[in-house]
Structures are given as C-alpha cells and as structure tokens.
Design a protein around this ligand. Structure first.
Ligand SMILES: Nc1ncnc2c1ncn2[C@@H]1O[C@H](COP(=O)(O)OP(=O)(O)O)[C@@H](O)[C@H]1O
Ligand SMILES: [Mg+2]
Length: 306
C-alpha cells in the first residue's frame, strides 16, 4: 500500500448557518496528480484551507503525510506548498526578495532564499523581472510567481486552488506542462478546478465534490466510461429499416442514426462500410464524446457551471 499524502475523514465546516463541508472523506496517495472537481460553492477552497491551516474545521480530521493539520500543524504545513485562489503578494519588495522572505518562513537563510528564488524565477521565465515589484507584472506572470512562491521550501506536495482561473490558453498550457513535470519528478499534486479539460488532461484521479461532500471518485477514464454518453450520429438519405440484422444498438430519428458507443471512432468504420454496401448515402457524421461534465450532470442533474 502506498503512503497517503492526504487523509481526510468526516470533515465538517460550518460558516454560521452555511454548511460548507458535510462529512467529506478523501484519501490522496503519495505521488498522485489529484483533481478536486466541483462547481462554485461546492467546498473546494474550504477543504484546501483546512488542509493548510487557514480555516478551522468544525469536525472530523485531516492529515498530511500522517501529520494532523491541527495537533501537528507545523509538520503538516511544512510538507505542502499552497498556491491560493486569490493572488496575494507583499508589494513592498522586489519579487526576488519577496521569495527569499517566503523561504524565511521555513527556516531558510536570506542568502539561500535568494539563490532558491533565482532558480525558480529562471524556471518560470521571470528572471528579467527579479528586480521588479509584483505590481509591475502581467496577470500571467503573477500566476507563475504565485506557483514559484509555493515551491520555495521544496515541499513534497503542491496544492493549487483554481490555478488557471482567468488565465489565457497559452499560459494555461505552460502551467499544465510545468505541473506534469513536477508530478513526474515525484511531487504529489492536488488541484481544484471547474475546468473539465484541466482535470481530464492532468489528473490520474478525480474526486467530484458537491455540497461539501465527495460524490464520486476515480480515474477520469473510468468516470467517463460510467457516464456512458459517448455516441455517434450519422445523418443519412434513403434509409432502409431492414439492413441491420445483428444486435446493434441504435435508433433512427429525424433521418439520423443515433448510435451509443464507448469508442465512436471505431464504431464509425463499421457503420460506414455497412451503409456503403447498402447504397445508403451519408450526409453528415458527428461524434460526441462524454466528458467529466457529463459525469457531473448524470450524478447531480446540474451543469458544473451553474
Ligand atoms: N468565509 C466565509 N464565510 C461564510 N461563508 C463562506 C466563507 N467561505 C466560504 N463560504 C461558503 O461556503 C461554501 C463553500 O465555499 P468554497 O469552499 O469557497 O467553495 P468553492 O471553492 O468550491 O467554490 C459556499 O457556500 C460559500 O459561500
Ligand atoms: Mg474556491
């Protein structure tokens, strides 16, 4: 059995009368690239803030690599780097010194901190800006700086709360590549997102959170398979009802064949052949693949972006 980077049991959080977390259970193995996927208000940030000690829980417990986030706070906190949802920087210093000071919170000397800062600024393409104040950076640069900041003390786990919210496509892809590399090099990653492609692209495991609880968990592929809404649609002319005699699952509505299929591209080849043999002409072909969005819809009856 692999070690657990995160172990959360029956976690509860009330903000006054709002129950943000409602008996949340979650386990994240060391080395995983884990996605917490859910709509706005589901409880993602609250969960992360409890893990990092920014919010007090109302019940249950959370452990980081076996260290309780309350009774063993210091050890737990040392093992994670957090890139929070809201950007927050100290604007009094240039970004190199700001990073060095961040290292100071983890016992790094200012000199070592500056060396580490230079290394990270270089890695994130920010070297040219090292003497600038964070205020003078573009939005995308601020995002990169924020991730660099979370990595200053080289923690084994990185937590990113909606790292690509409001980020342009180019930067999003750059961040994705960077995070994939970090994970390959052994870092456990937890990210929250409401972007489906992000979860599908990056995560080996996704937990779907809604109303403060995990409602489904698995690899993106297994979850998508479960939702079973991939299909092939072929619009035809001069259709004949009797040409399909084996047990193929399909329906014919509005001149269009609707064919549920786990792998629509494969299914398509068979159908094209068959239609050709019977001189049925194809007007249009459309493949629709199910996504984590469909999984969420199936589980809750709502869209992720509602
Ligand atoms: N500081 C707070 N005070 C009161 N309610 C809060 C606070 N933070 C979050 N909430 C509420 O808790 C619920 C979960 O919020 P949050 O964890 O931020 O969700 P997410 O990050 O998934 O969008 C929401 O209903 C939100 O309005
Ligand atoms: Mg949030």
């Amino acid at each position: 059995m692999s070690n657990l980077a995160v172990q959360i049991k029956d976690l509860n959080k009330n903000y006054g009368s709002t129950q943000a977390l409602n008996g949340l259970d979650l386990e994240i193995p060391e080395g995983s690239f884990f996605g917490l996927l859910g709509p706005n208000g589901a409880g993602k940030t609250t969960t992360i803030n409890i893990l990092t000690g920014l919010v007090n829980k109302s019940g249950g417990y959370a452990k980081i690599f076996g260290h309780d986030t309350v009774s063993d706070y210091r050890n737990a906190r040392k093992l994670i780097g957090l890139a929070p949802q809201e950007l927050s920087f100290d604007f009094f210093f240039n970004i190199r010194d700001m990073l060095a000071l961040q290292g100071g919170y983890y016992g790094m000397s200012f000199k070592t901190g500056r060396e580490r800062a230079d290394e990270l600024l270089n890695q994130f393409g920010l070297s040219e800006k090292s003497e600038n104040n964070a205020r003078q950076l573009s939005g995308g640069m601020k995002r990169r700086l924020q991730i660099a900041k979370s990595l200053m003390h080289d923690p084994p786990m990185i937590i990113l709360d909606e790292p690509t919210a409001g980020v342009d496509i180019e930067l999003r892809h750059m961040l994705w590549k960077f995070l994939k590399d970090q994970n390959k090099n052994g870092k456990t990653i937890l990210l929250t997102t409401h972007y489906i492609e992000e979860a599908e692209n990056l995560c080996d495991t996704v937990a779907i959170i809604d109303h403060g609880k995990i409602i489904e968990q698995g690899s993106p592929r297994t979850l998508i398979k479960k939702s079973g809404s991939s299909k092939l649609e072929i619009k035809v002319k001069n259709w004949k009802d009797n040409i399909i005699n084996d047990n193929r699952d399909f329906s014919f509505i509005n001149e269009t064949l609707h064919i549920p299929a786990e792998k629509p591209e494969k299914e398509m080849i068979w159908w094209i052949e068959k239609l050709k043999e019977n001189n049925i002409s194809i007007e249009d072909i459309h493949i629709s693949k199910s996504s984590l969005e469909d999984v969420f819809l199936k589980l809750t009856g709502r869209s992720l972006n509602d």
